[in-house]
Ligand binder design. Structure first.
Ligand code: SF4
Ligand code: FES
Length: 566
């Protein structure tokens, strides 16, 4: 612990990383430990406790040792059944935010350790076993990554042996490409990126436009690579960090030199231990080789890259919640009117996918990049296929690909002869889209017509195995669990959940739900609140009988069949 405190004392944006690392060593943070850390760092123990609580690093009452992911991608893939078994057998568990391993789901974690696949059979064994054997039981099922790619830009190298190592990255020309991009000069790079139409998940007018305005204002500060997005069903970031961390770093170098930034943070979710280990290893290797540091690639340009661990609170991966996290506070989203700064300086925050694409765009040009798309789409997109599919995984696909092709050709279609009833697009807060509407191309304009306002790249397949009412209820529960509760919108969350549960119990509450949704929309301050109504609204629109069927006992999770999960 002493060593961890010494390592991070005085380091920028390191408080949450320090707390996570101490918590790992001590098997969880206690109140005396937080008071001690506070006094060592000159911070108030009360503030530190509030921060640790908001980041789920400290609990006022100890949670059960077993954590279960209760989000849609896992639930649709058998997690709902696992959950029912554990409840029936009286095994207590903590409901987890998606640990980002949805391709391996359903997922459980033992004492906040790494995500492990769990099955109905394994859940039954756990219920019979002693607590001391749980860890072994959970880690028996070794995860199998099942990702494939179609086009090859950001995922070009991920199949190579040792793809995370510098020697392999060099063999694939990753760092030579970064050097070529630097050779072209910042203006040419910014122009290429602007003309390519590349845009982050939340859009905001495109990456190139942001870079030009930073250059015009001459206000370089920090660059943050956000590998901490917590949208259930979104795991491409994990794959990039585990499989090709040098590509992300090369993209950081290109972005930093184009915008004149000299300090960057790569943020990685603490649960993704392999991803964290590999990006840290890549930063060390690249720094030792002179690719980062005082003279990047031997040029008079300095870039210091630091890796930061981010907690499992959903809002900690939301752009402004992430900035608050890096500043060592609870991950409360900032009002949109507030300037985007980090530690008092301007900051650019980018998805890892964006960073993994910029080097190729800078070198091969916007025309080439746009031509990678099909059906009017421009460029490529990383998608995470999850839910009840034969081949869930991360895929790189042309923008404009038909949704049906992605699910059926790449994802292999529904597992075990089931048929698709709906897909959820864009993560937990995306709408439920009927399978009949899958002949739609994957691009922003077309997805907006389906009610998708932010596309994290998550596509969750739901078959008749799942109760659609239960899926929508899970989204509302997710919203209630993850909101920070500082504005009116989320103070409505528990009312919203209660009304949705009454609806599923056959007590007509539809008008009440609509009234809450209208109030929620009018008062939300961040994307979590803004997107919270989508699942229930889409259920009402496209599956109007789902709640009544659930109430009448048509599904295994119906209150008529069993006590309702709390
Ligand atoms: S909408 Fe909810 S999560 Fe977002 S800032 Fe307000 S209270 Fe927090
Ligand atoms: S790991 Fe369960 S939803 Fe992502």
């Amino acid at each position: 612990v002493e060593e961890v405190i010494q390592r991070y004392r005085g380091e920028p944006a390191a408080l949450i990383t320090l707390l996570i690392e101490v918590s790992r060593i001590t098997g969880g943070l206690s109140e005396p430990a937080l008071n001690e850390i506070g006094s060592r760092l000159g911070l108030s123990g009360t503030d530190l406790k509030a921060t640790a609580l908001a980041h789920r690093l400290w609990y006022s009452t100890e949670p059960p040792p077993l954590g279960l992911c209760v989000n849609t991608p896992c639930a649709a893939r058998g997690g709902a059944e696992v959950e029912r078994i554990l409840r029936e057998k009286g095994v207590a568990f903590e409901s987890l935010r998606c640990p980002g391993s949805c391709d391996l789901g359903p997922i459980a974690c033992f004492r906040h350790g790494s995500p492990q696949a769990i099955s109905a059979a394994r859940a039954r064994s756990l219920a019979k076993a002693e607590l001391a054997d749980w860890e072994d039981l959970l880690s028996v099922e070794k995860p199998v990554h099942a990702f494939r790619t179609n086009t090859r830009v950001a995922f070009a190298n991920i199949f190579a042996k040792g793809s995370h190592q510098l020697a392999t990255a060099r063999r694939h020309g990753v760092w030579t490409s970064a050097a070529q991009a630097l050779e072209r000069g910042p203006e040419a790079v910014v122009t290429a990126v602007a003309e390519s139409g590349l845009s982050d998940e939340d859009g905001e007018g495109g990456v190139g436009r942001l870079w030009s305005s930073v250059r015009e204002r001459g206000e370089a500060g920090y660059l943050v690579a956000n590998g901490a997005r917590g949208e259930p069903g979104t795991f491409q970031d994990r794959l990039l960090l585990e499989r090709d961390p040098h590509l992300v770093l090369a993209g950081l170098v290109v972005a930093a030199s184009a915008t004149g930034v000299h300090e960057a943070f790569v943020c990685v979710r603490a649960e993704h231990e392999l991803a964290a280990e590999r990006i840290r290893g890549a930063v060390d290797e690249a720094t030792r080789a002179g690719l980062l540091g005082e003279r990047v690639l031997g040029r008079p340009f300095a870039l210091k890259v630091r890796v930061r661990l981010i907690s499992k609170a959903y809002l900690a991966g939301e752009t402004t919640g992430l900035l608050e996290t890096l500043e060592g506070r609870p991950p409360t989203p900032r009002p949109s009117s507030q300037a985007r700064t980090l530690l008092g300086r301007p900051v650019l925050v980018h998805d890892l996918e964006t960073l993994a694409l910029v080097t190729a765009i800078a070198n091969s040009g916007p025309g080439w990049y746009r031509s990678q798309g099909v059906n009017g789409g421009a460029g490529v997109k990383l998608v995470s296929l999850s839910g009840d599919l034969k081949r869930p995984g991360g895929y790189e696909v042309p923008q404009g690909s038909m949704l049906r092709d992605l699910l059926e050709l790449l994802g292999g279609g529904p597992a075990q002869g089931k048929s698709l009833t709906a897909i959820q697009i864009g993560g937990a807060l995306g709408p439920l889209v009927p399978a009949s509407m899958l002949d739609t191309p994957l691009n922003r304009e077309e997805l907006e017509k389906l009610g998708v306002t932010a596309n994290s790249g998550a596509l969750v397949a739901i078959t008749e195995k799942s109760c659609l009412y239960d899926i929508a209820r899970r989204e509302v529960a997710f919203f209630a669990r993850e909101s920070c509760g500082t504005c009116e919108a989320c103070r409505l969350a528990s009312q919203y959940l209660e009304a949705v549960e009454q609806w599923g119990a056959g007590i007509g509450a539809q008008a009440h739900i609509e009234e809450i949704v209208a109030r929620l929309r009018a008062s939300t301050a961040c994307s979590l609140g803004r997107r919270a109504p989508a699942a229930v609204e889409s259920l009402m629109r496209h599956f109007p009988t789902a709640a009544a069927e659930h109430a009448a006992g048509a599904c295994a999770c119906s209150p008529r069949r069993k006590p309702r999960p709390s």
